[in-house]
Ligand binder design. Structure first.
Ligand SMILES: C[S@@+](CC[C@H](N)C(=O)[O-])C[C@H]1O[C@@H](n2cnc3c(N)ncnc32)[C@H](O)[C@@H]1O
Length: 273
């Protein structure tokens, strides 16, 4: 056989192999999904290109998002405990508390981390722990705090009302936040010097928004592109001081395992001034 025929044959074979790989891709994805088939309701469903599209899809079959009275009590007791991934946050709070008059706990729910951490911190007597959250959670949080002894705990549903605090805590917020973090922080009157973020869901590829089942609701859950997330925070003038990974909070979207697992991470940033 001539060399030219050989080259033509190997090209044909390569094209055939590429066509087969392309044709088999949906089958491969389907067999990946089989692994996650379960008779129980899935925790993560669907993959959407934006928060808005995920929210729209959620509203077609369930309560959509966190801002619903029926969702406020879900997992409350669990979130008031210290989880292993909370310790880096507690470490930095302990180091910083002497210079703080208060903090804003964005996505702080009904004061879950206030309750989890309070016996392990010694803040100034005048310390303000201001929870910023969605309206339904703030209403329920205020009512609950009135029935309990919660010195220093306050609630706002507009972050611009959390003024003059030197620390922004976002524990478990970034997965659910409907806007860029820079936009949220820019709506505060003064930029907090310290930024402590925990349980941030990240991936290397483009951002994906899935829907997490939380009690009777489906809530948009963002797996952010890490490089874009870092640029967004650093453009505000923050510099990275610490980063920790939380392997046990890595998640696969059961309906789309081919997207790969997310990485969960925590961060301490400080204003570069
Ligand atoms: C999983 S909980 C985190 C609770 C607690 N900080 C913790 O670490 O356990 C997520 C919280 O983010 C809040 N959240 C979601 N979207 C928000 C938004 N746009 N602004 C403020 N809070 C929001 C939810 O209402 C909920 O209380």
């Amino acid at each position: 056989m001539s060399t030219r025929n050989l080259t033509r044959q190997s090209l044909m074979l390569r094209n055939l192999a590429e066509t087969m790989v392309q044709a088999l891709a949906p089958l491969k994805a389907a067999s990946g999904r089989l692994k996650y088939l379960s008779p129980f309701p899935r925790r993560f469903n669907g993959a959407y290109e934006s928060y808005e599209k995920a929210m729209e899809a959620a509203g077609r079959t369930a309560l959509a998002g966190y801002d619903n009275d029926e969702v406020t009590d879900v997992s409350f007791d669990q979130m008031c405990k210290i989880a292993p991934w909370d310790y880096p946050v507690l470490f930095w709070l302990n180091k910083l508390e002497a210079e703080l008059d208060g903090l804003v706990d964005a996505g702080g729910h009904m004061g879950t981390k206030y309750r989890a951490f309070r016996n392990h911190l010694s803040p100034k007597p005048s310390f303000r722990w201001i929870v910023y959250d969605v309206a339904a959670v703030v209403r329920a949080g205020r009512a609950r705090a009135q029935r309990e002894d919660c010195p220093g705990l306050e609630f706002v549903d507009d972050i611009s009302l959390a003024d003059d605090v030197q620390l922004f805590l976002g524990s478990g917020l970034l997965q659910y936040l409907d806007k860029p973090l820079s936009q949220l922080i820019s709506s505060m009157r003064t930029r907090p010097r310290h930024l402590l973020l925990n349980k941030v869901a990240l991936r290397k590829g483009p951002e994906v928004v899935t829907l997490e089942r939380i009690g009777p609701a489906l809530v948009p859950y963002r797996m952010r592109n890490e490089a874009a997330f870092m640029r967004n925070v650093c453009q505000l003038g923050y510099k990275l001081v610490d980063r920790w990974s939380i392997p046990s909070l890595s998640h696969v979207v059961e309906t789309h395992p081919e997207l790969g697992a997310s990485e969960s991470a925590g961060f301490y940033f400080r204003l570069d001034s």
